[in-house]
Design a protein around this ligand. Structure first.
Ligand code: PLP
Length: 408
């Protein structure tokens, strides 16, 4: 594989990748679950705790001002990263899951009534299914699902038929965490908007792999997790258009989200603070900003191009392994390869790969309905980041050959 991408120098920024597991150099291919952190992110966390740790927004002293500047500065970095129109449209949460739950609750309160419908797709992660089920139970609404074909692609004609006046929101993933397929969000969102239906995009598997422009997408809501984009755990992002944030009631009550509190009546803070009750993870948000700056320096287009080449190379190499069975028939996969080894349980494959130093994910990948639809049962998922290499793909292919031989 030809590439100008300097993966060797990038890897030096990720000390965890240098270690051995069971005496073998670690091959980390579980990036869709969580990504490793570059030195600058961990350094940022240490620096924040050692030199300007103080609660944000509340005090006049210097440390608090520095912490507040870092936290609010992070909001602006996130705004720029996904090209939101204003930083007030960026709400910090604990992760994609909390971002979606926030919308399911608050949007549900403001815009949904008994008999209304929420539309999702067959390839959603559980965190883009269950919050909508809870809303539907609470409000006596109906959850509708866009079907997929046997290849694992959305049936867009069926999607068009499901739209109608009862649908209050479409919640859909940009890239499937199992199949790696990217949905055609441009036409999907346009069609929903023609009928006045807002769209929530689950960007958890997209932001680390391709440039995202929420205004170009015209997404009404966009969610992602810091830990999947080289930032710390426990921080997430909800982008929402001002129109919706203004209309939606608070999700949780407490400090930060209030304007005036009286026993008779409480008034709420302006957006985004209305949705950020309690002390935010201000050290985490500053570290997320550091991660975003780090990848901006490498260039999202460069990352996208490198990962595309690596994924294509992996598909070719793994395709030559006897017994290798790829899930789905997708024209263009984003850094995710789901597979089975013929006749061998996915857990056995995962455990043996682990002993050979290769970390992959096995199971239903929090997308049980998708695997049920595909009729495959548990599978193995190798997922890449820009620090993975062709040598690592080669080691994965060699390990799979060895495992297949052992079982046959
Ligand atoms: N959505 C998708 C597509 C995911 O892949 C994941 C995590 O794997 C999530 C949502 C949930 O993310 P988190 O657990 O960080 O909230």
């Amino acid at each position: 594989m030809e590439s100008n991408f300097d993966v060797a120098s990038i890897r030096k920024q990720f000390p965890i990748l240098e270690q051995k597991v069971y005496g073998q150099p670690l091959v980390y291919l579980d990036n869709a679950a969580t990504t490793q952190k570059p030195r600058c992110v961990v350094k940022r966390i240490e620096e924040a705790y050692f030199s300007h740790n103080a609660n944000v927004h509340r005090a006049v002293h210097l440390l608090s001002q520095q912490a507040t500047e870092a936290h609010e500065g992070a909001r602006v970095v996130v705004q720029g990263f996904i090209n939101a129109a204003e930083s007030d449209e960026i709400v910090f949460t604990r992760g994609t899951t909390e971002s979606i739950n926030l919308v399911a609750f608050s949007f549900g309160e403001a815009f949904c009534r008994e008999g209304d419908e929420i539309l999702i797709s067959s390839m959603e992660h559980h965190s883009n299914i269950v919050p909508w089920q809870l809303l539907c139970e609470r409000k006596k609404m109906v959850l509708k699902v866009i079907p997929i074909n046997d290849d694992g692609c959305l049936l867009l004609d069926e999607y068009a038929k499901l739209l109608g006046p009862k649908v209050k929101l479409l919640a859909i993933t940009q890239i499937s965490n199992v199949l790696g397929v990217e949905n055609a969000l441009g036409p999907i969102i346009e069609l929903a908007h023609k009928q006045g239906i807002p769209v929530l995009v689950d960007g958890a598997q997209a932001v680390a792999h391709r440039p995202v422009d929420v205004q170009a997408l015209d997404a009404d809501f966009y969610t992602f997790s810091s830990h999947k984009i080289f930032g710390p755990t426990g921080v997430g992002v909800l982008y929402a258009k001002r129109f919706f944030l203004e209309k939606m009631p608070p999700y949780q009550g407490g400090g930060e989200m209030i304007d005036q509190v009286h026993f008779e009546k409480t008034t709420y803070n302006q957006i985004p603070f209305k949705f950020e009750a309690g002390t935010p993870d201000f050290i985490g948000t500053a570290a997320l900003a550091e991660a975003l700056r780090f990848i901006q320096k490498i260039g999202m287009d460069n990352i996208h191009a490198y990962e595309r080449q690596l994924t294509d190379y992996a598909l070719k190499e793994l395709g030559k392994v006897e017994g290798f069975q790829l899930l789905g028939n997708i024209p263009d996969r984003h850094a995710i390869i789901p597979f089975q080894l013929k006749g061998i349980h996915a857990y056995d494959v995962g455990m043996m790969l682990d002993k050979l130093g290769i970390a992959v994910r096995t199971g239903h990948h929090c997308a049980q309905p998708l695997l049920e639809r595909l009729g495959t049962g548990p599978c193995v998922r190798a997922s890449f980041a820009f620090y993975n290499t062709t040598e690592e793909v080669y080691r994965l292919a060699a390990a799979l050959r060895r495992i297949y031989k052992m079982f046959n």
